[in-house]
Design a protein. Sequence first.
Length: 393
Amino acid sequence: MVNFKTQVTIIGGGPSGLLLSQLLMNEGIDTIVLEKHSKSHVLSRIRAGVLESGTVEILKQAGVGERIDIDGFVHEGTYLSSENKGFRVSFSETVGKSVTIFGQTEVTKDLYQKQEEREANIFFQVKNVNIIDPKCSKTEVIFEDEIGKEIKIVSDFVVGCDGFHGVSRQRIPLNQRKEYERIYPFGWLGILSETPPVSDELIYANTCDGFALCSMRNNNLSRYYLQCDVNTKAEDYSDDYFWKELIKRLPENSKDNLRTGPSIEKSIAPLRSFVVEPLQYGNLFLVGDAAHIVPPTGAKGLNLAVSDVHYLSEGLIAFYRGEGDKKLFNYSKTALNRIWKAVRFSWWMTTLMHEFPGTKEFDRKIKISELEYLSHSSFAQAHFAENYVGIPL
């Protein structure tokens, strides 16, 4: 067995694990990152990229904000529609903030580049990861590398950034963790197409046929979604079906702007809300999807992971500066306070914009009325905008 020592072991080489490593290494704190997939696999995953202003600032602190400034699309508002009638909510006019469209894959690519420049210790294609005793003063993580060699890392802290299906959360005993979950009875059928976006800002559409979302990656790469049966497969849907259904759900003033073309990627994503409490067990901390999942409707997934990293990195940096462990061991409480606010907003927006099986006419009328109210009330729009752009860290 090969032995390593470090200060912080990070399980998961996605954006949250890489960002945490980068912020800590910038402060002279040693890290080792473990990733179960290859680097190319991680960078092939297509994810949304609506970045809150706070997220952009944290990425800039980590040294990965240059391309966001150059290639990101700053959006000062978004469009909502009901019954094919659209309206715009201005973030800049209501709360004086904006969001930036920049793909999560691109964020991850920039973080890998920075980590390589710092000669970070990253193990790819690891398997059989085992966290021995998070309650110990020095916690051991044992795993096998890509050629099957067994390796042990001894560190002060272990951070689980390994997603919903990772090993980290399972290391907290069942009698000491509480899990909250809601599974939604629909999914999102998404396609990527090399076509100009239908709009210069996102469109969230609700009709009696279901939800639709129009987004973009760049000036000639569009990302579109339709509410669909979660028990179906992407290959069940032809491109022709997708475009016809999308046109039906768009607001009338946007339909003529839609440019269609072959899909270059197609997938179905299930929707769920999930939170585990607490986010800490001994010297083990949970971050991102290992701790919480939100439906993508409110664009909170990556942003919540970044806010987790922000709070945890502040606690770890304070600890290693000799400022005590109070901020570090308040991490769970601090992060959960923001998490639940984002979970509430994502649940509300999902409920408002989607059609649930068995919806009664009364419920449909209430939904239309709420969207109508939102279209005319500056107070309702400010509330929506405040949550969408992200509550302060």
